[in-house]
Ligand binder design. Structure first.
Ligand code: AR6
Length: 177
């Protein structure tokens, strides 16, 4: 499914042939479960080694920020590691931090001459961000960035579960109508 420069697929982000895939990492950059675990497993040692170097230099990655490494053994060229917020009903700022994660991933992409990029549904797994709210933020952030920066040619939302796929399909279709 395509909506301008935005594409939607249901699948595994680690197998994507694209300039960069985004990782829903944590601040340690040492790997974890979910998509982070899958990316480190598929990318191999080279991904972790570059993460370790970034840790030495800047001590990890703050929530809403992004860093870049090789994609190691995966078909993509780069992994952009960003850290989404843990959902909390009571704490304000989660929406903005999630938008920052998308914005800063796209910003580091253009700084590295990346033209095509794939995002997982950041924060909607282990971090429990409500999927419908997260999809609206993701789509809004990407659309805003694309209208201000012409360098990016394609953004793919990669949904791993059917629920997220259906939410994105509806949201993106609504925007066309
Ligand atoms: N390809 C695409 N999407 C995937 C894949 C995959 N191979 N595997 C899972 N997803 P999560 P978070 C989806 O939990 O909520 C880690 O431990 C998944 O279905 O990976 O941001 C990190 O180290 C969900 O929709 O990330 C952090 O500690 C989405 O990816 C923490 O989890 C995000 O789910 C980050 O939590």
């Amino acid at each position: 499914m395509t909506n301008g420069k935005i594409e939607l697929i249901n699948g595994d982000i680690t197998s994507m042939q694209i300039d960069a895939i985004v990782n829903a990492a944590n601040s340690s950059l040492l790997g974890g479960g979910g998509v982070d675990g899958a990316i480190h497993r598929a990318g191999g040692r080279a991904v972790l080694e570059e993460c370790l170097k970034i840790r030495e230099k800047q001590g990890g990655c703050k929530v809403g920020e992004a860093v870049i490494t090789t994609a190691g053994d995966m078909p993509a060229k780069y992994v952009i590691h960003t850290v989404g917020p843990v959902w909390s009903e009571s704490k304000s700022g989660a929406h903005e931090l999630l938008a920052n994660a998308y914005y800063n991933s796209l910003k580091i992409a253009i700084e590295n001459n990346i033209k095509t990029i794939a995002f997982p549904n950041i924060s909607t797994g282990i971090y429990h961000f409500p999927k419908d709210k997260a999809a609206k933020i993701a789509i809004r952030s990407v659309k805003d960035f694309l209208s201000a920066h012409k360098e990016i040619e394609k953004v793919v939302f990669v949904c791993f579960d059917q629920e997220n796929y259906d939410i994105y399909k509806k949201e993106l279709a609504l925007k066309i109508a």
